[in-house]
Design a protein around this ligand. Structure first.
Ligand SMILES: C[S@@+](CC[C@H](N)C(=O)[O-])C[C@H]1O[C@@H](n2cnc3c(N)ncnc32)[C@H](O)[C@@H]1O
Length: 157
C-alpha cells in the first residue's frame, strides 16, 4: 500500500463540517454550512466539533492545551500529517487545513463525507451483520473498489 494518500482541504471543511449521526441504521446526514459572521463582519468563535469516528489514539483531551498555543497563529493553514479521527482540526477549527493519513479507507471516508454521504447499507449492531459487511468490505478491497461510497459506508459501520 502506497503511503501517499492525501486529503487536501483548502476550503473550510474543518470549520464548517457538521455531522449528525443517528443511533440506529437510518440515514447519515451530512451538511456543509458557511462559517457564521457577526454584525461587524468578523467570524464568530466556533465551538469544537465532535469527530465523526471513534479513533484509536484520539487527541481530544489535548485541545485545552493546544487552543491557547494555536490562537496566535489561527490565520495560518493548519497541517496535520497524521490526522486520524480529526479531533484536533475539528477542535481548533482552522480556516484552512491540509490533512493527511496513511490509511486510505479513512481518507476515502472523509472524501465521501465531504461530498455528502448517504448511508443505505444495513448497520445493525450484531455479529452476523458485522461478518456479512466485513466480507463485503474485504471483497471491495480485493477488487480494488475501495475508493467508493459503499466502501466508505462499510468502513464507517
Ligand atoms: C494516534 S492516530 C492520530 C489521532 C489524531 N491526532 C486524533 O486526535 O484523532 C495516528 C494516525 O497516524 C496515521 N499514521 C501512522 N503512520 C503514518 C504515516 N507514516 N503517514 C501518515 N499517517 C500515518 C494512522 O493511520 C493514524 O490514523
Amino acid at each position: 500500500m502506497k503511503p501517499t494518500t492525501l486529503l487536501a482541504i483548502e476550503h473550510p471543511l474543518a470549520a464548517d463540517l457538521i455531522t449528525r449521526f443517528p443511533a440506529d441504521e437510518a440515514t447519515l446526514q451530512v451538511s456543509i454550512v458557511k462559517a457564521t459572521k457577526t454584525a461587524d463582519g468578523s467570524e464568530s468563535k466556533a465551538p469544537a466539533l465532535k469527530p465523526p469516528l471513534k479513533w484509536a489514539g484520539g487527541k481530544r483531551w489535548l485541545l485545552p492545551f493546544l487552543q491557547p498555543l494555536w490562537l496566535p497563529h489561527s490565520s495560518r493553514r493548519y497541517v496535520d500529517p497524521f490526522c486520524g479521527g480529526l479531533a484536533i482540526p475539528l477542535g481548533l477549527r482552522p480556516k484552512t487545513a491540509l490533512l493527511n493519513d496513511i490509511n486510505p479507507h479513512l481518507i476515502n471516508f472523509y472524501v465521501t463525507l465531504q461530498r455528502g454521504l448517504n448511508v443505505n447499507i444495513r448497520m445493525k449492531n450484531d455479529e452476523a451483520s458485522f461478518y456479512v459487511q466485513r466480507t463485503r468490505f474485504n471483497e471491495l478491497v480485493r477488487r480494488r473498489r475501495w475508493q467508493s461510497a459503499e466502501a466508505a459506508q462499510l468502513f464507517y459501520y
